[in-house]
Design a protein around this ligand. Structure first.
Ligand code: PEP
Ligand code: MN
Length: 378
């Protein structure tokens, strides 16, 4: 490829130093965070997780190039401030995507790295501007770009004067509909053969579903990736964008714990962090558990109502069933060093509300029936 004058392979690989982080060396660099910045608390929670997982770079989009003009377009500068503040508090670097000259101007002095997304890989004016920026650029591969086109896009940035380019494989569009895109892991090896630039992998936008992220991440390391860029959200169910592909903080942490051995098997290093037990992180943990408790209680009540529909109104309260449940739960609580008194008190309330809700739905059921076939009606 004769036009890869600057991006083409040379005798040594490029190592990009950003503060204390070295990309393209022996160490695997983990980057994580939500697709879009939504709030200061969301970014703080994400940053705590990235840090305690051994991640070095916090991600979060504030200018979102969305497929539909009606989808959330990002918080802009306000979002960038949340991203930067969360990263600084945890001692992380941060990256956000820029989509044009204006967005680049707004964030260039704030964030540590800039991302050019798949949809802008051949936005040549933006590439030239990125080439003038004194910040490392993560250049994603376009959805239907060949490796040569991707490397030529990198060449634009290098030719404009910025040597700090990191290539990012994020899946390409194929005929396969079961994933959002198809992660092209051969591209890691090919790009590293043709170019000296570091190559990272974003499994999230390739898969479009969180169940594949762990295996794809490990495969990416095995295929020679220098780092991973993974979407993670403190509460993916409520994410404004890309929730289905976002890992939960727990899943992100678990994955990080598993990356070390994979890295070692390809003579690289990844050190997972230790979860930091600060008052804040413990409270975050409690908040997550509370959220789960309420969701499970709502599930229980939903089933309770279905059970109610199968009972006679005068049999709604079932004392022997309540006893049965407690006989199972009290020893469980004891095993888990939880006060049996607490469990009994909570369940007395749960049973009371369950009975009330069953009676209520039975009464409305009967009323509905009556209105359908009124007694003594015409
Ligand atoms: C992103 O990283 O949020 C993003 C939009 O990625 P891509 O450009 O790879 O689709
Ligand atoms: Mn996304």
């Amino acid at each position: 490829m004769k036009d890869l004058k600057l991006a083409g392979s040379k005798s040594t690989r490029s190592i990009i130093k950003i503060g204390e982080v070295t990309l393209g060396g022996k160490e695997i660099i983990l980057m994580g965070g939500p697709c879009a910045v939504e709030s200061s608390i969301q970014m703080h929670q994400a940053a705590v997780t990235v840090k305690s997982s051994g991640g070095k770079i916090l991600r979060g989009g504030v200018f979102k190039p969305r497929t539909s003009p009606y989808s959330f377009q990002g918080l802009g500068l306000e979002g960038a401030n949340y991203l930067v503040q969360a990263a600084r508090e945890e001692g992380l670097l941060c990256v956000t995507e820029v989509i044009d000259a204006k967005s680049l101007d707004l964030v260039i002095d704030k964030v540590d790295l800039l991302q050019i997304g798949a949809r802008n890989m051949q936005n040549f004016e933006l590439l030239k501007l990125a080439g003038k920026a004194k910040k490392p650029i993560i250049l994603k591969r376009g959805l239907s770009a060949t490796i040569e086109e991707w490397l030529l896009a990198a060449e634009y940035i290098l030719a404009a004067g910025n040597p700090q380019v990191i290539l990012c494989e994020r899946g390409i569009r194929t005929f396969e509909p079961s994933t959002r895109n198809t992660l092209d892991l051969s591209a890691v090896g090919v790009a590293k053969e043709l170019s000296h630039l570091p190559v990272i992998v974003d499994p999230s936008h390739a898969a479009g579903r969180r169940d594949l992220i762990s295996s794809l991440s490990k495969a990416a390391l095995a295929s020679g990736a220098d780092g991973l860029l993974i979407e993670m959200h403190p509460n993916p169910a409520e994410a404004v964008s890309d929730g289905p592909q976002s890992l939960t903080p727990e899943q992100f942490m678990t994955l990080a714990q598993e990356l070390g051995v994979v890295a070692q098997s390809v003579k690289r290093v990844f050190v997972c962090g230790e979860p930091k037990e600060t008052l804040e992180s413990l409270r975050l943990e409690i908040d997550r558990i509370d959220h789960n408790i309420i969701e499970r209680l709502a599930d229980r009540m939903q089933i309770v109502r279905k059970v109610g529909a199968q009972k006679r109104l005068d049999r709604v309260k079932d004392i022997s069933r309540e006893k049965d449940i407690l006989q199972r739960l009290v020893p469980l609580a004891e095993d888990l060093q939880l006060s049996p008194e607490l469990v009994k008190k909570i369940y007395a309330l749960v049973f009371e509300f369950a009975v009330q809700s069953q009676i209520k739905s039975k009464l409305t059921q009967e009323k509905d029936l009556e209105s359908l076939c009124p007694i003594g009606g015409k």
